[in-house]
Design a protein around this ligand. Structure first.
Ligand SMILES: [Zn+2]
Length: 267
């Protein structure tokens, strides 16, 4: 029984297919005149092969190219099946084999051996730093560095059809920043993607009907977080509530928390 499902097109160009694996993750197929480009490779050999089959049906007779938006497990664990070039940021190749990646795989394989025991960590093999252009003949794929969620993250923009594949740099309700990510970089990446003014935006972890407004919503979320931290750091508030004996301890604690968060927001 197939694991993958081609998701309904909500009005974007029909050469781009959104493919879902349950509620876990979405990858994308871009059918250009020259190549079938797979943006992310799913979670294991089996799902990657299904993705390739779907691409071959959508665009018969074309060479394959693969892209990794970043080297988190749900985006590159299908890499091992590809003889084709796999494009990614330079740091993704390091992250794909680092200690954390190996631990992730050990944990997943212990929990769900039938799904993950066969995964062989396979780094991308065509690497770039800031941006890379793939000329598909009729569609161009601009691969753009968009760090923050992780340091190696890239997004893909297709200018001819105004479509952005944002990866995990934007997410419903907001993108995650792990210990290898950075909030300042993430906010800059969100602004850069919003400034492209895409007509359509697709995400790896949001419904396909979400649309580009999510970029603004994510930005407002972090702006509001900063505003609240700043007001929490405002000592005039403490004066205004003077006289309450329980306040200093409470305030010292929330002040420390606000400071820590501020450091992450505007570092
Ligand atoms: Zn993800």
């Amino acid at each position: 029984m197939p694991n993958l499902r081609v998701l309904d097109n909500c009005g974007w160009d029909g050469r781009i297919l959104a493919v879902g694996l349950d509620d876990l993750v979405q990858s994308f197929i871009v059918v250009t005149r020259r190549f079938n480009v797979l943006v992310d490779t799913m979670v294991n050999q089996e799902t990657a092969l299904e993705l390739v089959d779907l691409a071959r049906q959508a665009g018969p007779g074309r060479e394959l190219l693969a892209v990794n938006t970043h080297a988190d497990w749900d985006h590159f664990w299908g890499n091992q099946i590809f003889a084709a070039p796999i494009l990614a940021h330079r740091l993704a190749a390091e992250r794909a084999l680092d200690l954390r990646a190996r631990e992730d795989l050990r944990e997943h394989a212990a929990r769900e051996p039938e799904r993950y025991a066969g995964v062989r960590l396979t780094p991308p093999n065509v690497l770039f730093d800031e941006r890379l252009t793939v000329d598909g003949g009729d569609l161009t794929l601009e691969l753009l560095r968009t760090p923050g969620h992780t340091i190696d993250h890239i997004a893909v923009y297709l200018p001819e059809v105004g479509l952005l594949l944002a990866g995990d740099a934007a997410e419903e309700p907001f993108p995650l920043v792990g210990d290898r990510g950075c909030l300042t970089a993430l906010r800059a990446s969100l602004r850069a993607m919003r400034d492209l003014r895409p007509r359509h935006a697709l995400y790896c972890h949001a419904p396909v009907e979400t649309g580009p407004a999510l970029l603004d919503r994510n930005l407002r979320h972090f702006d509001e977080m900063e505003r609240r931290c700043r007001s929490g750091l405002d000592f005039s508030l403490l004066e205004a509530t003077g006289g309450r004996t329980d306040l200093p301890g409470f305030y010292a604690e929330s002040h420390a928390r606000a400071l820590e968060l501020m450091r992450r927001l505007i570092r």
